[in-house]
Write a protein that binds this ligand. Structure first.
Ligand code: PMP
Length: 285
């Protein structure tokens, strides 16, 4: 694989980052994952806008312009012959001369920018979309700025492991009885034809797929309620699903061992997935 590090395209085994990089020492960095379908980037602008927001919330500067970022994404897709897959982008606060809690002066320490691709043949035809996934619920013990897409992913990673240990695919996180989101996706339920999802706040990541799906749902005259929902409501719902850039719209068929609705993927999730994939392919650049 060819990867990108601080202005250079290199074979992955020649790419280097300092041991003093604050991303490595302190998870002081942000990331984005953009999907690639038929060699084109899905919702690049959405990811670029959220990246800028994450950076500004952490008083970090973008090391490249938006146009340059698009060029780097495209160059990596081309150099790696990527048809279907993902482009991972990470920007950290760089590598000061020594470890220190205080932020370094950004004029002296430039951010570190790394991008690489992940090939996922058949990304849009994942078998799980037909069968649905099973989730467990876990306490949401993450910090209070989940709207910033930082690389602090230890708890979501542990959540995935807790799910796997129970023979499930993912975990939904719960705070004060209400579902916040999945470990790496936004969560939804469907009850009596209405789609319910938690509103945007500092409690959840503002998913790029979420924004697109809610827009398409509105265009298709589907009813959407942006409000928190409880775990109990979710277990009693007609359908449940999650959205993310890498899984698009993915049905959830079981929560803590309780089947959701019929226990099979439902029509609303299936329809949204179809619309999302169709519109995303059309708009991809
Ligand atoms: N919530 C969390 C916690 C996530 O990690 C992700 C994916 N990175 C999402 C939601 C979905 O966001 P997006 O649709 O932009 O991939």
């Amino acid at each position: 694989r060819t990867v990108y590090v601080n202005g250079e395209y290199l074979p992955e085994n020649e790419a280097r980052v300092s041991v003093f990089d604050r991303g490595f020492l302190m998870a002081d960095g942000v990331y984005e994952v953009t999907s690639v379908l038929d060699g084109k980037l899905v919702d690049f602008d959405g990811h670029a806008v959220r990246l800028d927001r994450s950076l500004s919330e952490l008083s970090m500067r973008a090391p490249v312009t938006r146009d340059e970022l698009l060029q780097i994404h495209r160059e990596l897709v081309a150099r790696n012959d990527l048809t279907d897959g993902l482009v991972y982008l990470q920007i950290t606060r760089g590598a000061p001369a020594d470890r220190d809690f205080a932020f370094p002066d950004p004029d002296e320490v430039p951010p570190t920018i790394v991008l690489f691709t992940q090939s996922k043949p058949g990304l849009a035809d994942a078998p799980a979309a037909k069968t649905g996934i099973k989730v467990i619920s876990i306490d949401d013990i993450r910090w209070g700025r989940r709207d910033i897409k930082t690389v602090q992913l230890l708890y979501p990673s542990m959540g995935k492991m807790m799910a796997k240990a129970k023979g499930c695919d993912d975990a939904w996180m719960v705070e004060d009885g209400y579902v916040t989101e999945g470990t790496s996706n936004n969560a939804y339920i469907v009850k009596d034809g209405r789609i319910v999802t938690r509103p945007k706040s500092n409690d959840i990541l503002h998913g790029i797929t979420r924004a697109a799906v809610l827009r398409y749902a509105a265009e298709a005259q589907m009813e959407v309620d942006e409000r928190p929902f409880t775990l109990e409501e979710a277990k009693a719902a007609d359908e449940a699903f999650v959205t993310s850039a890498s899984t698009f719209v993915m049905p959830v068929v079981e929560i803590d061992g309780t089947p959701v609705g019929t226990g099979a993927p439902g029509p609303v999730a299936a329809r949204l997935r179809e619309i999302y994939l169709e519109e995303s392919r059309k708009a991809a650049i």
